[in-house]
Ligand binder design. Structure first.
Ligand code: SF4
Length: 311
């Protein structure tokens, strides 16, 4: 399929049937943490990139094939989905094709536009991102199209939130030394207080970012977050047994987790597969650490566990 993918498991949305109406890396931002790579089509013009009928025809097919296998229909592009000019049509049609909630993952930049608000108003969940508390950080982190102004973007989020009856969840991507200081986080929180989302999700760049110098915050950011945000959801700490990681150094991270928490071998494989390592490579790395007496293996309830070798 060209426009539909999944269902894929999503930390926030259960199983999600993805609809992508945007050509690869077509975006009005060039975020330093983007996991999709460089924005190759840097534009702020809304266009009918593909025939809407083709997208809907694929969606009809996918909904039939995957009936009862997904929880949400999610518009999420290989770029910014609100740049698709007929998004209102796609959302309205989606509601007829599937009774599942419709969700839009967006950078939120165009919510100040009436036509974008009108398009999203019929969806059930809107998930905009907000990584900066002022214009300077916005330019540094999101590197927006010159026609996008920070305050106008924020006002769009505030205005849309007021009229939208669905769920509005803001996601903040935190990066070490960029927006994880008390000062930066306080500025972001001030804006979030004006927007009044239903929920705040905190994310860290666990997948390789476009800029190699972007790093995951130190673990002590959690206490700063608790102080400033109070209530927030950390989407890298899902309840299904995933463990968070804070750098791309396998040895350091596995030891750091095992220091606090023995892990099943399959949990380690699942957690560290985001490093791009396969099962055998992870097992080899564990054996090397074992041979250095750093960690040890044991069996419990017919399962293999690893823990720190403290003796
Ligand atoms: S808004 Fe999304 S797709 Fe666009 S550059 Fe940022 S992370 Fe990448």
């Amino acid at each position: 399929m060209k426009y539909v993918y999944g269902p894929v498991p999503s930390r926030r949305l259960g199983n999600s049937l993805g609809i992508d109406p945007i050509p690869s890396k077509t975006c009005n931002y060039q975020c330093i943490y983007c996991q999709l790579g460089k924005t190759t089509n840097f534009t702020n013009s809304r266009k009918k990139f593909f025939p809407k009928e083709e997208i809907i025809a694929e969606m009809e097919k996918a909904v039939k094939l995957n009936y009862n296998k997904f929880d949400y229909v999610t518009f999420v592009g290989s770029g910014e989905p609100t740049l698709y000019k007929d998004l209102d049509y796609l959302i309205t049609k989606s509601k007829k094709i599937s009774e599942k909630p419709i969700c839009v993952i967006t950078n939120g930049s165009l919510l100040y536009k009436k036509e974008v608000q009108d398009a999203l108003i019929n969806s059930d969940v809107v998930l905009p991102s907000l990584d900066a508390g002022d214009e300077k950080s916005f330019i540094k982190i999101n590197r927006p199209h010159p026609s996008i102004e920070f305050e106008k973007m924020i006002q769009g989020l505030i205005d849309f939130r007021k009229k939208f009856r669905g769920e509005f969840w803001i996601e903040v991507m935190l990066m070490r030394g960029i927006n994880d200081t008390k000062e930066e986080l306080s500025k972001i929180k001030e804006k979030i207080d004006l927007i009044k989302p239903d929920r705040i999700d905190i994310n860290v760049p666990i997948r390789p970012p476009v800029e190699k110098w972007v790093r995951i915050p130190e673990i002590n950011v959690i206490s700063v977050l608790n102080e400033i945000f109070g209530e927030f959801n950390n989407i890298n700490y899902p309840e299904d047994g995933h463990f968070s990681i804070y750098s791309f150094d396998f040895d350091k991270e596995v030891i750091s987790i095992l220091e606090r928490h023995p892990m099943r071998q399959d949990q380690i494989i699942k957690t560290f597969s985001c490093f791009g390592l396969n099962k055998n490579e992870i097992n080899t790395k564990l054996k090397i650490l074992q041979s250095k007496n750093k960690i040890k293996k044991f069996n419990y309830n017919d399962q293999i566990f690893w823990k720190l070798n403290v003796n």
